[in-house]
Design a protein around this ligand. Structure first.
Ligand SMILES: Nc1nc2c(ncn2[C@@H]2O[C@H](COP(=O)(O)OP(=O)(O)OP(=O)(O)O)[C@@H](O)[C@H]2O)c(=O)[nH]1
Length: 556
């Protein structure tokens, strides 16, 4: 993270802390007044409830801004006051109880709150330092090979690049500004992963190449901090697939969309700053009545929700959200200063998933949010992604095609749909076995992910058939991109039972915006694919009926 950015975030957090302190001065004064601590006046029910609520809020927020002592004392006073605040005839109970709680000592402690408006030494527990050089999921990830034998490194780089990686080779670990997404290291080049820390590439996953595949070797490399492993002779497609998986995992572990619902403006802003600074996307909702709109618009992975928000109650809001099937699976985590287990179980049974007890330190907040976002994304992936390739499942890809068809028609933009099919794939399975066949399918999936834009839809349509939707793209550009992909696919060398082999790809393509429905465009692309197969495979064919005279020829 740059120094400027650090200073910026720290400066904003300091401003928020000052705003909190100013409000806390008023809050403490109002508690003193409500409880008649200065005037010696016996409080009525309304005053007791007000004082209880203010103490509850201070207990839940003061620690977050570094006023731990104030938060702890507010919590302790709040607990004393709770039975009276909850009683309907509170003031009578107070009288009947002989003022056991609001005795002079209690009131002295209430007056003493003002002295605690001094921040503690460790004002905030910082989250784990986040490097903003974190793994970049670019369309073409950059990886680095560190190998004292440069010729060997370059030969591996040549074999890996058709998989869609940009590969850099170095003989020794050295500082770099490259956005490296993964590092391949020859065993013996490093004695510990920490050696890379100096070189600003420490966050990238590390894959070691070792001379053999023994248990001891694997164990020793795991102890060095390896994230992945490959042994000689290197199975390049398997290595490419394992790098791909590590990059995706790393990317997903730090990503997520968090909706925070809290009616305390300083707390809300503080949470947002801390979470955003850790790389998460955040949307704040200060007024719970706007929650449904914010959910539909932002579509978060998780919701962090305060329990008491004026007239609104978090658990009831959670129950209300579950009315809608769309939000049934949404993770809702309550932020509450109430540590009472009974209360927490009750709130969870209303529709929440978990509790974070306030005050939440910045580090816990970030960790809790990231872990839960990761889980939520994994679950979502299970439902929508094909397990072999990680691409969209048939039905989800179709739904995306239908959506894009509506969009490009509405806006009058060009858009392309393509069907892709591996050539003679049955022979691959028959000659080299299903496991190798699977690697070929994964190889094509990874290549598509790297070579197409993030906004493109890529789905596994059937066994070795894929569907691709390219929004805002002319037929000519689509042909060029897909031809390049066919070319790269043919260059990938797979290791088979009887030596290395390569597999080619056929593509049929149709202009999505020229058809009445996505289904018709799919039929047209399928027809074009059939023509491509008949014309010799390995290349791209456009649906002839929709070529413009000056466009590329229909069969390529
Ligand atoms: N390894 C593996 N094979 C699969 C998978 N899904 C489908 N297949 C195989 O893909 C092959 C498809 O073969 P065909 O439809 O005859 O087509 P082809 O051999 O590719 O021939 P053309 O399409 O005409 O070039 C079949 O052998 C299927 O068993 C999968 O997930 N993994």
């Amino acid at each position: 993270m740059s120094n400027d950015r650090l200073v910026d975030v720290a400066g904003k957090l300091d401003l928020l802390k000052e705003r909190f302190r100013e409000r806390a001065v008023t809050d403490v004064a109002s508690v003193v007044a409500d409880l008649g601590a200065d005037a010696g006046v016996e409080p009525g029910r309304e005053q007791l409830v007000n004082a209880y609520r203010t103490l509850h809020r201070l207990a839940g927020s003061a620690g977050t801004f570094g006023f731990q002592a104030l938060g702890n004392e507010a919590r302790s006073l709040e607990v004393h006051l709770k039975p009276f605040a909850e009683e309907q005839d509170a003031s009578q109970k107070l009288r009947a109880s002989g003022l056991t709680s609001l005795d002079p000592e209690f009131l002295e402690r209430v007056r003493g709150l003002a002295q605690l408006l001094v921040p503690g030494e460790s004002a905030r527990e910082a989250p784990e330092p986040v490097t903003h050089r974190e793994t970049v999921l670019s369309e073409q990830p950059e990886i680095m090979i560190i190998d004292p034998d440069l010729a060997r490194a370059e030969s591996l780089a040549t074999a890996l690049s058709p998989h869609g990686f940009i590969v850099h080779c170095r003989q020794v670990p050295e500082p770099t500004d490259l956005p490296v997404s993964a590092i391949i290291v020859r065993e013996g080049t490093l004695s510990a992963k920490s050696q890379l820390a100096k070189n600003a590439v420490d966050v990238a996953p590390l894959v070691f190449i070792a001379p053999d595949d023994s248990f001891d070797r694997r164990y020793a490399l795991a102890a060095l901090g390896a994230d992945g492993f490959a042994s000689e002779p290197v199975d390049v497609p398997a290595l490419a697939d394992s790098i791909e998986r590590l990059i995706n995992e790393r990317h997903e572990a730090g990503a997520g969309r968090v909706l925070v619902v809290d009616d305390d403006p300083e707390l809300l802003e503080h949470y947002a700053l801390v979470l955003e600074d850790s790389g998460l996307e955040v949307r704040c909702v200060g007024d719970p009545s706007t929650l449904l709109g914010a959910l539909s618009e932002f579509r978060p992975d998780i919701v962090l929700m305060d329990v008491q928000m004026g007239e609104y109650n978090g658990p009831t809001l959670a129950r209300m959200l579950r009315f809608d099937p769309e939000w049934v699976g949404l993770q809702i985590i309550f932020l509450s200063s109430d540590e009472d287990r009974e209360f927490q179980f009750g709130a969870l049974s209303e529709g929440g998933d978990d509790f974070l007890t306030k005050p939440v330190s910045d580090r816990i907040l970030v960790q809790a949010a990231k872990v839960r976002c990761y889980r939520a994304r994994q679950l979502d992936k299970l439902a929508s992604r094909d397990s072999l390739t990680g691409l969209l499942k048939h039905s989800v890809a179709l739904a995306e095609a239908v959506k894009e068809h509506a969009r490009c028609h509405r806006l009058g933009e060009p858009s392309v749909l393509a069907m892709l099919d591996l050539d003679h794939f049955k022979q691959v399975n028959d000659r080299h076995g299903h496991r190798v066949g699977d690697l070929v399918i994964k190889g094509l999936a990874n290549l598509l992910r790297h070579r197409l834009r993030k906004t493109d839809t890529i789905g596994r349509y059937g066994g070795e058939e894929f569907i691709v939707v390219l929004p805002d793209c002319s037929v000519g550009n689509a042909v060029r991109s897909l031809q390049e992909i066919c070319h790269q696919m043919a260059q990938i060398r797979f290791g088979g039972a009887s030596g290395e082999f390569s597999v080619t790809l056929s593509v049929g393509l149709a202009a999505l915006d020229r058809y009445d429905s996505a289904d018709k465009a799919i039929e047209a692309a399928d027809r074009a694919l059939y023509q491509r197969k008949a014309a010799g495979r390995n290349g791209v064919t456009c649906d002839a009926g929709h070529m413009e005279p000056d466009q590329d020829s229909p069969v390529l």
